[in-house]
Ligand binder design. Structure first.
Ligand code: ATP
Ligand code: MG
Length: 138
């Protein structure tokens, strides 16, 4: 079993489709080890996406991620990290495969509805960014 960090991003929470996305997550066999709705401050969004700080889209990305609430989740499953990335689909919804969450719900390259850790190293940074050990249910 392993864990990954998922975020239902502002565009999806704003459109009231978080339940549909959580249904897709549970139907794919993930169990939810932790979940909460939060409003990120701009510095909190910048800290979360610090690996992208030199990218041209960094400022817009952090403004978007802090403009309204997100739902952060820890998902648990065998191969959780690659399996959640596969269910999300490609970063750009226009090139995401049919059947993926970004293909179905994403609005644009930036407003692509969901986030997922891309490696064990990033999951090890991202999960404790939002959750303490006592908040993670086995
Ligand atoms: P995430 O990290 O959110 O799961 P990802 O790993 O598929 O997405 P990254 O390259 O890590 O993609 O980019 C982080 C986020 O930054 C993307 O999900 C998207 O919201 C935004 N983004 C990425 N590239 C661009 C771009 N060229 N223009 C605008 N926004 C972008
Ligand atoms: Mg990424």
């Amino acid at each position: 079993m392993n864990r990954t960090l998922a975020i239902i991003k502002p565009d999806a929470v704003e459109r009231n489709i978080s339940g549909k996305i959580i249904d897709r997550i549970e139907s794919a066999g993930f169990s939810i080890a932790a979940m909460k709705k939060i409003l990120l401050s701009r510095p909190e969004a910048e800290g979360f996406y610090y690996v992208h700080q030199e990218r041209p889209f960094f400022a817009d990305l952090c403004a978007y991620m802090s403009r309204s609430a997100v739902i952060v989740l820890v998902l648990e499953k065998e191969n959780a990290i690659p399996d959640w990335r596969r269910l999300m689909g490609a970063t750009n919804p226009d090139s995401a495969e049919s059947g993926t969450i970004r293909n179905e719900f994403g609005l644009s390259l930036e407003e692509n509805s969901v986030h997922g850790s891309d490696s064990p190293e990033s999951a090890n940074y991202e999960i404790p960014y939002f959750f303490s050990r006592i908040e993670l249910v086995q």
